[in-house]
Design a protein around this ligand. Structure first.
Ligand code: FES
Length: 150
């Protein structure tokens, strides 16, 4: 199967089985390595991207579901090739330890802030609960989301 996917505003031709996860297409064919393979089961959030305004686990999203839809990855949040607002907030709060979860965290935070630009602490906790950090930097991640909201 060949399918054209809009990723960060650019059309990309992707080849593969219709059930191939978007994550594989992003990393192996399109060359965007921000989204990570963590569990492959929709449980960790390391692969989070935004599709048509919804945060999704790209490890579970088949490419066959993406014709005509717009995908945004962490690379799509860059501003003139430099870290974007949410990236900067995560850097300034030193929210990464090993960093493996961070691209997914950034996308989940972006999604949260698009829907709620001024979230309370409880709303941040609720909005970020789908993403795991095994290093345990959750407190810094929450500060980063609050900083990004300023
Ligand atoms: Fe997709 Fe863990 S790799 S949720």
């Amino acid at each position: 199967m060949s399918i054209t996917i809009d990723v960060n505003g650019t059309q990309h031709e992707v080849e593969g089985d219709p059930s191939m996860p978007l994550l594989y297409a992003l990393r192996d064919q399109i060359g965007l390595r921000g989204a990570k393979f963590g569990c492959g089961l929709g449980q960790c959030g390391a692969c989070t991207v935004i599709v048509d305004g919804r945060a999704v686990y790209s490890c579970l999203m088949p490419i066959s579901a993406l014709e005509g839809r717009a995908v945004t990855t962490t690379e799509g949040l860059l501003e003139d090739g430099e870290p974007g607002k949410v990236h900067r907030a995560f850097i300034e709060e030193q929210a990464a330890q090993c960093g493996y979860c961070i691209a997914g965290m950034v996308m989940r935070a972006q999604h949260l802030l698009e829907r709620n630009p001024d979230p309370t602490d409880d709303q941040i906790l609720d909005g970020m609960q789908t993403n795991l950090c095994r290093c345990g930097t959750h407190a810094a991640i929450i500060r980063a989301v609050k900083r990004a909201a300023r």
